[in-house]
Design a protein around this ligand. Structure first.
Ligand code: 5RP
Length: 268
């Protein structure tokens, strides 16, 4: 059981809203911030970090920027998992490295859409799953930061499971993805789209930082069956680049709870 109060909070002058006490108020945003700050306590000077994407990871970027600015951390560099994170980290004053230029990634910090009891994750509802998996999978330690609403009994319970596909033949690939779950009651899959004002079409495909599309898979009651086997079957489809099931990658999960406590689950 961890504490929501960071020793580094004491070293910094932070507004009361950023403290553990605020977490007891329990808005989801406050819980995200508390989880992010707790994870940043694991960062040491000189580390190279995988910098995650999303609203929870954004709190970690801000915290890292604050700690670098006040000198509590020195010599830290980050490898961003998306163009959005790269822009945010730049504004926060975090020095950055490209994936191939970082000799090693000591620690990655990122949010997740779902966390199951084995610490498997669904990630990528923000669309950054490929770079996230490349960077977080390359590091020694991957710390996931979530509020308790992200804990699920089974992956795929609360929303889309994203799959990144190349644009060429995307509807053909969508058909092949559907075949993996042929006959499964409650399963559906569709291409992720976004509204546009620019063209005659009301919706256009969502495009990832890598120029790819996203297929969203939905399960009535979560994904049942052997997750690794399902992962392998998806990855065998030519046209599939990567999927958002992060199996066995998370080493620690920091969970901020509505009662103001923070727990850290780690891989057994
Ligand atoms: O995987 C991600 C982006 O691709 C995010 O980490 C995930 O969607 C969680 O986002 P948030 O912290 O905003 O809830």
């Amino acid at each position: 059981m961890g504490s929501a109060t960071s020793p580094l909070d004491a070293a910094l002058v932070v507004p009361p809203s950023a403290t553990a006490a605020a977490a007891a108020v329990g808005t989801q945003e406050e819980l995200k911030r508390v989880a992010a700050h707790r994870a940043v306590e694991m960062v040491e000077s000189g580390m190279t970090l995988g910098l995650g994407t999303g609203s929870t990871a954004a709190h970690a970027l801000d915290r890292l920027g604050d700690l670098l600015r006040c000198g509590a951390l020195r010599g830290v560099a980050g490898v961003p998992t998306s163009l959005k994170t790269e822009a945010h980290a730049g504004l926060a004053g975090i020095p950055m490295l490209a994936l191939g230029d970082a000799p090693r990634i000591h620690l990655s910090i990122d949010g997740a859409d779902e966390v199951d009891p084995e610490l498997n994750l669904i990630k990528g509802r923000g669309g950054s799953l490929l770079r996230e998996k490349m960077i977080e999978g390359a590091g020694k330690r991957f710390v996931v930061i979530v509020d308790e609403s992200k804990l699920v009994p089974r992956l795929g319970c609360t929303g889309a499971v994203p799959v990144e596909v190349v644009p060429f033949g995307c509807f053909h690939t969508l058909g092949l993805i559907r075949k993996v779950f042929d006959g499964l009651p409650g399963f559906s899959a569709r291409l992720r789209t976004v509204a546009t004002k620019d063209t005659a079409a009301k919706e256009v495909p969502f495009v990832t930082d890598n120029g790819n599309y996203i297929v969203e898979m939905f399960f009535d009651d979560g994904i049942r069956g052997d997750l690794r086997e399902i992962s392998d079957r998806l990855l065998q489809i030519t046209g599939v680049v990567e999927h958002g099931m992060f199996l066995g990658l998370a080493t620690d999960v920091v969970v901020a709870k509505k009662d103001g406590s923070v727990i850290v689950l780690d891989k057994k």
